[in-house]
Write a protein that binds this ligand. Structure first.
Ligand SMILES: Cc1ncc(COP(=O)(O)O)c(C=O)c1O
Length: 305
């Protein structure tokens, strides 16, 4: 099932900040880490009989990854995306042979449409949000950091958060590494949201355990993290608090600047994928080594203006 995902390079950007190049994946985003797990599971169910297609909902990259790994598994894929998703992402999903359904409204409307479609017989809901297999894929991000740093972990792990699949995978890995006695350090998980759609950052800074109402769906360049009501909000807030981390937000102007700054350093990254660098480039949140993921390729959105 593998397409060679993972084992992405860790490169220093400054003395205290390194970037893990998760845009160097088969479908050019970190979502491949989780999609390979979902596709392997779907294939097992298909072989057992009664299943012949997968349905996913996505801001673009998870759908692309499910389409690619679905193709690898020989399954039909149907991918729901919000209207206005970057055309390059739609092209990539279709290139893998999946059918795309563009849904008017915000990310929640897309998720509702996919859940309804997933009720059809013979359908596997390849949800990166609900399916725990996905998180057992994204957890490899932190296992790789541990390996690359010679059995150590960074002091701060910064991740972009929409539905929180990289964050929750990271939290899972930290827990597993500690329970296996492989680390006794406690890196802080720092979550980054777009200022325009930041329901988790608002709840975190209000001291709340959950979001109280969906965030208004305001436009942002960071389409991948524009999730007004993440279903795993409670889990995400708890994970960040348990590690002594925090939430940061970034504006579209910071994203534009960060994308150009990274490009000048030789790294062309999509708008959502630069959010973490945008959040920490001026001032890393804590002393010691900070790692940011650059988790989607620039070709997916082009240079944003
Ligand atoms: C490039 C990129 N970064 C970050 C995210 C956020 O991932 P999650 O919604 O799992 O938090 C996405 C989601 O699509 C993405 O495409």
């Amino acid at each position: 099932m593998t397409l060679g995902e993972g084992r992405t390079p860790l490169v220093p950007l400054t003395e205290s900040v390194s970037a893990k190049l998760d845009f160097l994946m088969p479908t050019l985003s970190f979502k491949d880490r989780g999609a390979v797990m979902l596709a392997a599971h779907a294939l097992r169910l298909a072989r057992a009989g009664g299943l012949d297609r997968v349905v996913a909902d996505s801001s673009g990259n998870a759908g692309t990854a499910v389409a690619a790994y679905g193709a690898r598994a020989g399954l039909d894929s149907l991918v729901y995306v919000p209207e206005g998703t970057s055309p390059k992402k739609l092209e990539q999903i279709r290139a893998h042979g999946a059918r795309v359904v563009e849904v008017p409204g915000d990310r929640e409307a897309t998720a509702r449409a996919a859940r309804e479609a997933a009720d059809a017989p013979g359908t596997f809901y390849a949800s990166h949000v609900y399916n725990p297999y996905f998180l057992h894929g994204t957890k490899t991000y932190v296992y790789e950091l541990w390996e690359e740093l010679g059995g150590r972990l960074p002091d701060t792990i910064v991740v972009p958060v929409g539905n929180g699949t990289l964050l929750l995978g990271a939290a899972l890995a930290l827990d597993e590494l500690r329970r296996q006695g492989l680390t006794d350090t406690r890196p802080a998980l720092v979550a980054v949201q777009a200022e325009a759609v930041s329901p988790l950052a608002a709840a975190f800074h209000a001291g709340a355990d959950d979001i109280t109402a969906p965030a208004p769906a305001r436009p942002t360049l960071a389409e991948g993290i524009a999730v007004p009501a993440p279903p795993r909000a409670r889990q995400i807030l708890r994970a960040v608090r348990e590690t002594g981390g925090t939430f940061l937000t970034v504006t579209d102007d910071q994203i534009r600047t960060a994308q150009r700054d990274l490009a000048k350093r030789g790294l062309f990254v999509e708008a959502t994928g630069v959010a973490c660098w945008a959040a920490v480039s001026a001032a890393p949140p804590r002393p010691g080594l900070t790692v940011v993921p650059l988790c989607g390729a620039g070709a997916k959105t082009g240079l944003v203006s």
